[in-house]
Design a protein around this ligand. Structure first.
Ligand code: HPA
Length: 271
């Protein structure tokens, strides 16, 4: 596995003049617009990178973008890999390990999620301050131990200083609909039943989604500080649950995109 990660990294470095990104960014479903803000230097298709998994879901563009955002060097994954697409957890998290070898010092992750906290509404943002991984069918660290601790600490998966900065940015700019909460990950691809939404809420989660946690676990194993943000695309409140439609989920994500983009740009400026 380590050899494959090193070969991917070597290929990328050979195609990018050994560009050394300071920040890694993973963009979630319907949240690709941040890339418009990047002064792009290099773009690589996942399909061309040796050993990289291939993006299968049509609305994931599958590109690794290298450039400058808020004056800092970034590598941005436009499109990520999900367990529900049939990838193993090792494949889902492969790019995070590659980004580590490329030199990233921090990771920013975004996702689309269902709201469980009744105070949330569609197109609000939730700054992730903790997560629950226990519903995932596999853990990305199972197997041979590479690039980090065997039993990594998870007492602070999301960097508290970055969370505080994000909350300050929200206040100073009078951003509305910004919350802080716990993200619970599930495998998907079906959405939750009413009974499942109720259960997840009872267990202490504020939002539910099908991504992010595997990548965060792997990043933390390698000691990379993480900032995570969820866009609430639908509300999982059993009493008022509506039929889920992908088009509405994407529409809600697009509505929140400018605020999310602003938040990440402003945060990156502070480092
Ligand atoms: N559940 C799980 N994943 C999701 C949801 C949801 O309600 N909305 C967007 N991703």
């Amino acid at each position: 596995m380590l050899r494959l990660i090193e070969e991917s990294t070597a290929y990328i470095q050979s195609k990018t003049d050994s560009f050394r990104p300071q920040f890694g960014i993973i963009l979630g479903t319907g949240l690709g617009k941040l890339t418009d803000e990047i002064e792009v230097e290099f773009v690589l298709n996942y399909a061309d990178i040796p050993h990289f998994p291939l993006a299968t879901v049509e609305f994931h563009k599958g590109k690794l973008i290298f450039g400058t955002l808020s004056g800092k060097k970034v590598v941005c994954m436009q499109g990520r890999f999900h367990y529900y697409e049939g990838y193993s957890m090792q494949q889902v998290t492969f790019p995070v390990r590659v980004m580590k070898l490329l030199g990233i010092e921090r990771l920013f992750v975004s996702n689309a999620a269902g709201g469980l906290n009744p105070l949330f509404k569609e197109s609000d943002l939730m700054i992730i301050d903790d997560h629950i991984s226990l519903f995932l069918p596999e853990n990305p660290l199972v197997g041979e131990n590479i690039m980090g601790d065997r039993f990594p600490d998870m007492s602070e998966p999301y960097d508290i200083h970055t969370i505080e900065k994000a909350l300050l940015i929200a206040t100073q700019n009078a951003l509305e609909g910004i919350h802080r909460g716990v993200y619970v990950s599930v495998a998907g691809p079906n959405l939750e039943t009413k009974a499942e939404y109720r259960l997840l809420r009872m267990l202490g989660a504020d939002a539910v989604g099908m991504s992010t946690v595997p990548e965060v676990i792997v990043a933390r194993q390698m000691d990379i500080p993480v900032f995570g943000i969820s866009v609430i695309t639908d509300m999982g409140i059993p009493e008022i649950l509506q039929k889920a439609e992908l088009s509405r989920i994407l529409e809600a994500a697009h509505k929140a995109e400018p605020t999310m983009t602003f938040m990440i740009k402003e945060l990156i400026k502070t480092f």
